[in-house]
Design a protein around this ligand. Structure first.
Ligand code: FE2
Ligand code: FE2
Length: 193
């Protein structure tokens, strides 16, 4: 359903759970970045009337997620701070082709894959903290359902840009790239390492 080429390595789950504060700070930044990416598309493609309302809604939902994660950080007494970004998003977007409509299609599909990976990992995190921190597990369970919906929303937007067989073929290529990016990621306690 999530169109990922590879499941998350169990080593990531152990690392993430051992570095929960760092992971939560990264998660807050990731929600903020997801909103910024959707808003960035609103600026770059103002003429794409079919994309505007879905992207505006997505951006609002990501900012609401950001607030939820800020609450979780406050409950743990952890301040939001700057953290060097993991190379994931930049490495993933390096595969985006130049020229339109390929650039838009690839960007939407990269966004779809980021949503899918977040969704998968929120499930792993929720299971991992269920006993120790039921409130945090509940947060991740709730977000997981939203990110699955966002994955679908980005795929629908991609299908407004190119015919579905072309979307599917490119999605499979980018999913393989996403799995390679993660396999080469630094061993940090971040959402996408
Ligand atoms: Fe989100
Ligand atoms: Fe999302």
């Amino acid at each position: 359903v999530l169109n990922l080429a590879a499941a998350t390595d169990p080593g990531w789950t152990a690392r993430a759970l051992a570095g929960l504060d760092e992971l939560l700070v990264d998660h807050a930044h990731a929600e903020k970045k997801a909103a910024a990416t959707a808003v960035g598309l609103l600026f770059r493609y103002p003429e794409r009337a079919d994309l505007l309302a879905p992207l505006a809604r997505l951006a609002r939902e990501e900012l609401a997620h950001f607030e939820q994660v800020l609450d979780a950080l406050a409950r743990r007494g952890v301040p939001l701070r700057h953290q060097a970004a993991a190379p994931y998003a930049a490495d993933l977007h390096a595969a985006v082709r130049r020229g339109e409509p390929e650039r838009l299609l690839d960007t939407l599909l990269c966004c779809a894959l980021i949503e899918a990976r977040s969704c998968e990992r929120f499930g792993l995190l929720a299971d991992g903290v269920a006993a120790a921190d039921p409130a945090l597990a509940e947060l991740w369970r709730g977000l997981l359902a939203c990110e699955a919906r966002h994955h679908r929303a980005y795929l629908d937007l991609a299908c407004a840009v190119a015919p579905e067989p072309q979307v599917r073929a490119r999605l499979a290529e980018l999913a393989a790239h996403e799995a390679r990016v993660l396999a080469a990621a630094p061993p940090w306690a971040r959402l996408h390492t």
